[in-house]
Ligand binder design. Structure first.
Ligand SMILES: C[S@@+](CC[C@H](N)C(=O)[O-])C[C@H]1O[C@@H](n2cnc3c(N)ncnc32)[C@H](O)[C@@H]1O
Length: 362
């Protein structure tokens, strides 16, 4: 991916860097339960600016932002530069910070701090660091884990720059899909955002399975990632307004036929899949309606229940944009889905019954 040069230089963190007040102010606003995600765009933008300025993150033409990525047996661990750029997904970032806060509160006990295992923390420890300004240290402690040492070094420098390193119990450079959680460090919350749209390509599923198997009582953030199949009439999917339009955009009057949920990554299913050692996980079946007008095409829709009241719906971020289902699919076909594990994980399907089968009485 050759678009822009990116550099994150932890040594250039601003000298006057022990003041977490601005971060605390933003975090307090981000956590305001009376605000919706769309009300918090200025705060998410300010958070991005704060972290990018502090780490001297730049994008200029000419450099490979994918450099340093790692293709694991369980999927792609994206490069440190691309992981840094996740902060620009404003709704995603807001929903995950709010969701993690809610999960920590739910996991809290009076006896000891909630231990949060953050698998794939990236160079900003973005989902955890803001919370360190608003939670008492007696209440929470973080283990920050990433496969890329560069991410951990940068996260450590950034956290230090706010004077918040006492919140981090340990920085672990490891593959989360192989990580053995020490018995005396079982987390109360596991957070990981190591996914792409439709759980394609990145190792979220294997990470969640591996870590939750070791800490079954832990609360998981995201709580659930589910995928459904839907027939979409694309001409009604978006509202196009003139370039000089001012005011609130009208809601599109979408024309969709929902065919059902086919896959869900959540604690209940992870438990259900416990005995599965092969390279696929079961998924659902859908039938393409018959007859079907040509205007409808099949899509995968991703819905993310981050935690509690925090959800990411279609188009909220790149992770929830509808994905066209490829292949020669006809009205009347029955599609049997399965989740293919491995170095390029994804949902696949087989056509188990076609219209001609049905006419032939199969
Ligand atoms: C999508 S980025 C998210 C960064 C940050 N958590 C955020 O939300 O902005 C995913 C991060 O997970 C790390 N990662 C991906 N797969 C991993 C694995 N199997 N073990 C450890 N880290 C992994 C990548 O190096 C990257 O830093």
């Amino acid at each position: 991916m050759l678009i822009e040069e990116v550099s994150i230089n932890p040594t250039s963190l601003t000298a006057n860097s022990c003041d977490p007040d601005e971060l605390k102010r933003l975090t307090t606003q981000i956590l305001d339960p009376n605000k919706e995600l769309k009300d918090l765009i200025p705060q998410a933008t300010a958070l991005r600016d704060l972290f990018e300025t502090r780490t001297n993150f730049r994008t200029d033409t000419g450099q490979d932002i994918g450099a340093g990525q790692t293709r694991l047996e369980s999927g792609l661990a994206i490069s440190p530069a691309l992981a840094a750029m996740c902060i620009r997904e404003l709704f995603r970032t807001l929903a995950f910070i709010r969701g993690l806060h809610e999960a920590i509160n739910d996991a809290a006990t009076s006896q000891r701090p909630v231990r949060v295992l953050y698998a794939g923390c990236g160079p900003y420890a973005l989902l955890a660091l803001p919370l360190m300004t608003v939670l008492p240290r007696e209440r929470v402690t973080f283990t920050l884990l990433d496969i890329h040492a560069e991410c951990l070094d940068k996260a450590r420098a950034l956290i230090d720059s706010f004077g918040l390193s006492h919140f981090v119990d340990e920085f672990v450079c490891a593959d989360a899909t192989r990580h053995q959680i020490p018995k005396d460090k079982l987390p109360g919350v596991i957070v990981s955002e190591t996914m792409a749209v439709a759980l394609h390509n990145e190792p979220q599923v294997t990470i969640a399975r591996r870590l939750l198997a070791q800490a079954p009582a832990a609360l998981m953030v995201p709580q659930s990632v589910s995928i459904e199949v839907c027939m979409i009439n694309w001409s009604r999917e978006h509202v196009f307004m003139p370039a000089d339009f001012v005011g609130e955009f009208p809601e599109p009057d979408r024309d969709r036929i929902y065919l059902g949920k086919i896959f869900e990554l959540d604690a209940a299913n992870i438990k259900e899949w416990e005995g599965i050692t092969g390279d696929t996980l079961p998924a659902g079946t859908v039938k393409i309606p018959l007859p079907l007008e040509r205007k409808y095409k099949p899509y995968l829709l991703t819905n993310i229940a981050v935690y509690g009241k925090n959800h990411l719906k279609n188009y909220d971020c790149s992770l929830t944009v509808p994905q066209r289902l490829r292949g020669k699919i006809e009205a009347g076909d029955e599609l049997q889905f399965y989740y293919q594990l491995g170095n390029n994980p994804q949902l696949n399907y087989e056509i188990v019954t076609t219209v001609s089968d049905q006419y032939a009485g199969k």
